[in-house]
Write a new protein. Structure first.
Length: 125
């Protein structure tokens, strides 16, 4: 019970640690990549997911994927706009849409498997 109260008050410590680790990786990026990441993150939080699926923000997977892309591109010496294109908002929207679709697939598979076992009346087939 005490764990539940602590989690309610201060949040999940593992998630906070993971976020801090992610931000250390962001801070290790070249300046132009850091700037781009922070602006993209701000945009994503401001506009929300284009598919309306706000669960893309409940874990760090989407942002971790973005950091990995930026790290790889920086290591290759690519300019930021070569990665994002000139329409960074569109890039961000597509990135969020892809993250939403990756989360939706397992949910849809689960629903389909359950529906295959039960008919519409909830009876076992």
């Amino acid at each position: 019970m005490l764990d539940s109260i602590i989690k309610l008050i201060i949040g999940d410590l593992e998630e906070k640690r993971a976020y801090k680790q992610l931000m250390k990786r962001v801070n290790a990026l070249p300046e132009d990549y850091r700037y781009a990441f922070r602006k993209i993150r701000h945009y994503m939080f401001s506009v929300g997911s284009p598919s309306g699926d706000m669960t893309v923000f409940t874990d760090l997977t989407m942002f971790t994927d973005l950091v990995e892309l930026l790290e790889a591109s920086a290591a290759e010496g690519k300019p930021v706009l070569e990665v994002t294109g000139s329409d960074v908002g569109r890039f961000s929207d597509e990135f969020m849409r892809a993250a939403s679709s990756h989360k939706a697939a397992p949910r849809e598979k689960l629903n389909q498997e359950i529906m295959d076992k039960f008919n519409k009346n909830g009876e076992w087939r």
